[in-house]
Design a protein around this ligand. Structure first.
Ligand SMILES: Cc1cc2nc3c(=O)[nH]c(=O)nc-3n(C[C@H](O)[C@H](O)[C@H](O)COP(=O)(O)O)c2cc1C
Length: 171
């Protein structure tokens, strides 16, 4: 039941305290990401956990630039896990998305807030993005799948109503 409740109660969090995510909780969340299933067990997904403020702010700026504004699309979260996939090992978007799901559900399980922030693909298609990948010791051909922002939640939003007609049972 605890696992079921965790899945039902996780929400996207868009307000955070300033406290940095502890090593212990970050490692637990990352481990959950490592154990996401991957097609043919390719394990072709890489997670880059960023707590360094300069790098976090740089990623936020690049993400905002994709949308043509200069706000903070990371909602003040002090930590972001960038999820990237190796396109040489099909299927990259599916595998990366499952990793992101594990990260968000694990974050909720350990008392952290999280939210998928999009535009990782565009971020790492830029020259600046590719330079970051190289600086992190990664291949600059990796594809950005999504960013999982993390922090201690400063809000607890209600779930939005589920749309009707999304379950079909045959038999
Ligand atoms: C593929 C994907 C991309 C998303 N991108 C963003 C985003 O860029 N910014 C944001 O605030 N939320 C983003 N979200 C979060 C959704 O808005 C959120 O999951 C949805 O409103 C449902 O809310 P819940 O997660 O609390 O159930 C994204 C979610 C997914 C799955």
């Amino acid at each position: 039941m605890e696992a079921m409740n965790n899945l039902l109660e996780r929400r996207s969090i868009r307000r955070y305290t300033e406290e940095q995510v502890s090593d212990e909780l970050l490692d637990q969340v990352l481990e959950a990401g490592l154990f996401a299933p991957t097609g043919m067990n390719r394990q072709n997904v890489v997670m880059v956990a960023v707590r360094d403020k300069e790098t976090r702010d740089c990623l936020s700026r690049m993400n905002a630039a994709v949308m043509g504004h200069d706000g903070d699309p990371f909602y003040g979260a002090p930590c972001v896990i960038v999820v990237l996939g190796d396109p040489e090992n099909y299927p990259v978007v599916e595998n990366g998305s499952l990793v992101l799901g594990n990260l968000m559900n694990a974050a909720h399980a350990v008392g952290l807030g999280s939210c998928w922030i999009h535009r990782a693909k565009q971020t790492f298609e830029t020259e600046e993005g590719k330079a970051l990948l190289r600086a992190w010791g990664l291949k600059d051909t990796l594809v950005g799948i999504g960013n999982c922002i993390l922090g201690y939640p400063a809000e607890s939003p209600e779930a939005k109503p589920r749309l009707d007609g999304r379950i079909v049972k045959i038999g």
